[in-house]
Design a protein around this ligand. Structure first.
Ligand SMILES: *Cc1c(COP(=O)(O)O)cnc(C)c1O
Length: 453
């Protein structure tokens, strides 16, 4: 039998998994879920995972629990709370490739998850652990997607979800989900970082389990994104995988996933992980480019990509570790670069939310720029798209209508604005009278602009 334990990432102290714990009680640093594993035969297990795709059991269908040999903390299968989740598409993105200057490019779209973001990959394991601990309620601070996901999984598990969101800074699609799934939704007058501190103080005092990515069980589920990606590619390891960086749970869990696959003999080398942040929310970029990489450079976060609007990321040390393990790098991109990259991903018929588009913008930037870690045009790259396009329709419509600003206040219409963003690839709706001839002329004009075959 495999067994799981919690282990501090700094002082290596070990704790049992039988109580809620988010940081080392000796040195205060973050915890990993680690395992003593039975001997594994990677060839046999890879085949077992493929066979499970034929199964009708929810835990085999789930793109997280299918790989349960590598997340064996759940005790008995009856404990598992699965939607199911995962099984996200791996797509080729030729227009995006051209835009970045690459020969080809793949995207793995975590927006194909049940609540529309990669948070579901981690929420299934987090809520499963909550179930094991006998929790009746779970809590998180969120820029939107964590709350949407937690609200859904809590409802599925019969627990109360309690979400803290920064007032006025959460995309509408995400707020809608949290309300619809019955979570107690508290709008905090403050930003994400304020909401996060409140959760960390309040939850332990009233015995409620925290499901932010400070919870190491969340990261165990997100780790399986790495496994599923390689399974989908027939275990052909890409040169590089590119992810947006917010609270840095996702990049941390990918790092742990690839490292374990390497240590346990499933792959013979690791892909490089590249993390991309928004210029206005770039604490990891500032930290990794500073002389002293031992302490986090915090920022007051500003970006329209609300999912990564975080100035004090909880998992920064785990993300730094992932950079070391995989010879990775961090870069940052502007609001204009994010907006345009998002429109290009849309032109591939894929779409994503603004935070996800940092990945394409980041690759394009590293291709063009004279950096010390440049990308070459024949690299085999996978972008991890984190959330789906319908999460933040306001942003997308504003961009295509030419009404997107870095800073704006709305009351059904824009009343104050500065820092207009160019709608470079806008596809605005066109107002037309209900007149057949006018409409036909308009369509014919557009047809005449199509390239000749
Ligand atoms: C949560 C989230 C991120 C940021 O992920 P971290 O693990 O916090 O770095 C990026 N994009 C989307 C869509 C998200 O929901």
């Amino acid at each position: 039998m495999s067994s799981a334990f919690l282990q501090c990432i700094s002082c290596a102290a070990i704790f049992p998994t039988t109580q809620p714990l988010y940081q080392c009680s000796h040195c205060g640093d973050l915890l990993d879920v680690n395992y003593t594993l039975d001997p594994l035969d990677p060839t046999e297990i890879k085949e077992r995972w493929r066979q499970r795709r034929l199964s009708r059991r929810p835990i085999d269908i789930s793109g997280v629990w299918r790989y349960r040999e590598l997340i064996p903390f759940y005790g008995q299968e009856e404990n598992i709370i699965t939607y199911p989740e995962g099984n996200t598409a791996l797509l080729s993105a030729p227009r995006s490739a051209r835009y970045a200057g690459l020969r080809s490019l793949q995207v793995k779209h975590q927006g194909f998850n049940p609540t529309g973001s990669f948070k579901d990959n981690g929420m299934t394991t987090g809520v499963t652990q909550a179930q094991i601990l006998g929790m009746r309620a779970v809590m998180c601070a969120s820029t939107g997607n964590t709350s949407a996901s937690m609200a859904a999984y809590a409802a599925r598990a019969g627990m109360l979800g309690i979400v803290f969101i920064p007032e006025g800074q959460v995309a509408f699609g995400k707020l809608a989900q949290s309300l619809d799934f019955g979570a107690l939704t508290l709008q905090i007058r403050g930003d994400f970082d304020v909401a996060m501190s409140l959760v960390r103080e309040i939850a332990p005092e009233i015995g409620i389990y925290i499901l932010n990515s400070v919870n190491p069980f969340r990261l165990e589920g997100q780790k399986t994104i790495a496994i599923e990606l390689l399974d989908q590619r027939g275990w052909d390891v890409p040169d590089r995988i590119v992810v947006p960086g917010g609270n840095l749970g996702n990049s941390s869990s990918l790092g742990k996933g690839f490292k374990e696959l390497y240590d346990w003999g499933f792959i013979d080398h690791m892909p490089r992980i590249t993390i991309v942040q928004a210029e206005g929310a770039d604490p990891l970029y500032k930290t990794i480019t500073s002389a002293d990489q031992e302490s986090l450079v915090t920022v007051y976060a500003r970006t329209l990509a609300t999912a990564i609007k975080i100035g004090r990321p909880v998992s920064w040390k785990k993300a730094m570790r992932a950079m070391t393990w995989t010879d990775g790098w961090v870069t940052e991109v502007s609001e204009q670069e994010i907006a345009d990259a998002k429109a290009i991903i849309g032109q591939d018929g894929i779409g994503c939310e603004p935070a996800s588009a940092t990945t394409l913008a980041g690759v394009r930037k590293l291709m063009n720029q004279g950096t010390d870690k440049p990308i070459s045009d024949d690299e085999d790259i996978v972008l991890l798209l984190t959330g789906q396009v319908l999460k933040d329709p306001d942003y997308t419509v504003r961009y295509h209508r030419g009404e997107l600003y870095e800073d704006y206040v709305t009351e059904t219409r824009v009343i104050h604005s500065t820092g207009k963003i160019r709608s470079t690839y806008a596809n605005a709706p066109i107002e037309v009278p209900p007149d057949k001839e006018v409409i036909k002329r308009l369509i014919e004009e557009r047809l005449s602009q199509l390239p000749k075959i």
